[in-house]
Design a protein around this ligand. Structure first.
Ligand code: GLA
Length: 383
């Protein structure tokens, strides 16, 4: 999270409202090392907050309205009465994240007066790096500052998730919101999505992370996430468990015929991915990088073949990364586009990112590859 960006958002607010900020926040995006499409089944995930994010600067205003201005997602302004915060359509739908957060805080009894909030971002939107969760967390921190409160990360994450469900219409799990609200510098976070416990887990010495943004988002992505959730819920109900975290691979295999092939493969992905995450966390703790790489490869194959959320571009990028000798690569996030994540030797991170871009360009892909660092949680910014 860079100093320059705070200054930019302060200038942005001043140019828009003509006043200096009274409140300011910064919220990181996230990567996910492993544990994909398991958070909404009570699974284990291993994300990290990163040093790219969303920045907000705000002033209190006398009128009971929420005014929002962004240079992010196209650039636009929205103004709504505080007592009538409702989802917007079309060009204004970017505002559903911040207004949803303000609305969820109000519903939970945390009512602010009028606010004008400006947003800027260093985080690319649509890259699978949770710009939505960063946008939500940056807003939540401003709202909390306005109220003079500081909610624990878990409580804030749950309010942000509620906003995403009810105002952005995305039935997401809790991983992204917890990752950006509980981040630790230099650490990934082992999150148990059943108990919501977060265990900061240091990245091994000499290892860095490189993100490759595929630049693609396939149209079918939207409805597919909800379909995967529905398949998992069906599997859990057939297996007689509250969520797939409570089922074993043997349980899933024994019920293959009853589940039917598609639901069987969805459930096999979830239970095997939870086990891979457990083993990956151990491999990181003991510095067994080869084991970690093999688990990332198996995660990618399972997301591609059993869960069917990869796409040709992501598969190609993972193949390229593996031929260039990274220490692990896989698709990341919801899928159907977005980014891949690779673990690489720290000394070669910049060179490997460049080599991946060159090799991808040769295959007709227009990608952007860059190292990221594990960063701190969303927080107020000093004025
Ligand atoms: C999106 C959702 C998360 C999670 C991932 C897949 O990022 O917001 O809750 O389900 O997809 O792991």
């Amino acid at each position: 999270m860079t100093e320059a960006c705070h200054v930019d958002v302060f200038t942005h607010l001043a140019n828009w409202i003509g006043r200096q900020p009274e409140l300011a926040s910064a919220a990181p995006g996230r990567i996910n090392l492993i544990g994909e499409h398991v958070d909404y089944q009570g699974g284990l995930v291993l994300p990290a907050a990163i040093d790219l994010g969303v920045y907000a600067a705000a002033v209190r205003i006398d009128e009971p309205v929420l005014r929002l201005h962004t240079s992010f997602r196209g650039g636009a302004e929205v103004e709504l009465p505080l007592d009538a915060l409702a989802p917007l359509d079309g060009a204004s739908s970017w505002a559903n994240y911040p207004l949803g957060v303000a609305a969820c805080y109000r519903k939970a009894g945390h009512e602010t007066g009028g606010l004008a909030i400006a947003f800027d971002a260093t985080l690319p939107a649509g890259a699978g790096l949770s710009s939505s969760a960063a946008f939500e967390a940056a807003t939540a921190v401003i709202v909390e500052q306005a109220l003079g409160i500081e909610l624990p990360p878990r409580e804030r994450a749950l309010l942000c998730q509620q906003a995403e469900h009810a105002y952005a219409g995305v039935p997401c799990g809790i991983m992204d919101q917890l990752a950006v609200n509980a981040g630790h510098v230099g650490h990934a976070l082992l999150i148990d999505c059943q108990s919501l416990s977060v265990t900061p887990t240091p990245l091994p010495e000499g290892v860095a992370m490189v993100v490759v943004d595929s630049g693609v988002k396939h149209a079918l992505a939207d409805g597919e996430y909800a379909k995967r959730r529905a398949d998992c819920e069906q599997a859990a109900s057939i297996l007689g468990v509250g969520c797939l975290r409570e089922a074993s691979l043997a349980d899933v295999e024994a019920a293959h015929a009853t589940l039917g092939d598609r639901v069987f493969r969805r459930a096999r992905h979830v239970v095997s991915e939870i086990e891979r995450t457990r083993r990956f966390a151990t491999a990181m703790a003991t510095g067994e990088l080869q084991a970690a790489a093999a688990l990332m490869a198996a995660s990618h194959a399972s997301l591609r073949d059993d869960y069917e959320v990869s796409c040709p571009e992501l598969d190609t990028l993972v193949e390229i990364a593996n031929t260039l000798g990274v220490a692990g690569a896989r698709m990341m996030g919801g899928g159907f586009g977005g980014s891949t994540i690779q673990l690489v030797p720290a000394s070669a991170a910049v060179d490997l990112a460049r080599a991946i871009e060159v090799a991808a360009t040769a295959k007709g892909l227009r990608v952007s590859a860059f190292p990221v660092n594990a960063a701190a949680a969303a927080a107020p910014v000093a004025l």
